[in-house]
Design a protein around this ligand. Sequence first.
Ligand code: CUA
Length: 363
Amino acid sequence: MPRKASLLDGEFWAVTVLLAVISGLLMWGVVIFPIDQYLPEATSASVDIDFIFRFMAFFSIPILVFVNGYILYFAWRYHTRKGDDITAVGTSIHDHRWLEFWWTAIPSVLMVALGIISYLVMPKYYLASAASVATVEAIGHTFYYEFRYPGLKQSIVNEMHLPVGKQVTIDLTSAEPDIRNAVIHSFWAPEFRVKQDMIPGMVVPIHFTPHEVGMYRIICTEFCGLGHSDMTGKVVIESQTDFDRWFAAQQRAQAAAAMPMEVPLAAGNAGAGGRLFAQRCIACHGTGAFSERKVGPGLGNLFHDPAHPTLVTGKPANADDVVDILEHGASSPEYGAMPNMQVNRLTPKDIADLVAYLQSLHQ
Ligand code: CUA
């Protein structure tokens, strides 16, 4: 049955009111949605970024609902029905000056407003700030985060601690030992609403004030190689007292590590070494053959490989030389750099366990 082609009849307005109601409900939902309950607003930056997110979502909803609502409604209303002349050409409608004016003006105003808000918010966080209590350096490596604190001689790996309520500046960069291994990483802490690339040769400062005590994730969101998905860290926001306690413990541990040490090789436990390997080493090393390379070579035949009797350092593959690499790290043009035991947070006992584990492997 052919339908009347009249455009602005009662049915059209009924649909318009329905779309307005759906839109209004969703917009109200955006206003009251407790983002903080699902993704804590852990820093000062979170609050501002979530405001921008709400602003965008709020005004996107009527555009989404009306555009798609009318598409569906008109597709249904004007589709060809039984008995219609299928060769008939529809009425061509174009040029409605007021409609065109408003659908150009409203989005333009919204885009400009969004631009102004972003312009006001971005420099609040993406800058160094003299008001910060400290500047922490964060360096992306393949595939871990290194954090340098003023007052600590050694870096901390994959774990950042910050006191609550104190503004802090973080200098972000990516440091790779040579240009062939230089890649871009990223520092993303979802609960902080902070996401910034770590770029070789470039230091990007950000600053914010932690608001909520807790433990949060740091995730690399820039594809940086085979170990990219393993490149995660954590950041702990704690009271000043807890932070001071942690800081003092780090200082004590580093002072102890500076003493000459004896690796108790005979006490090495292959089981404990295997668990440790799965946490600390697996991002760069597999347990396959030497050629099954991730970043460094596969270590499954480290001690039993006639084809590779020497280590990447050129020394024979015996326990003492493997201990030497675990303690001091190693670097080769082909495989890049492996960090030392302080950066890898390995104790002498850990090294003994890892050597026992590697000795137990046989491909
Ligand atoms: Cu580092 Cu992805």
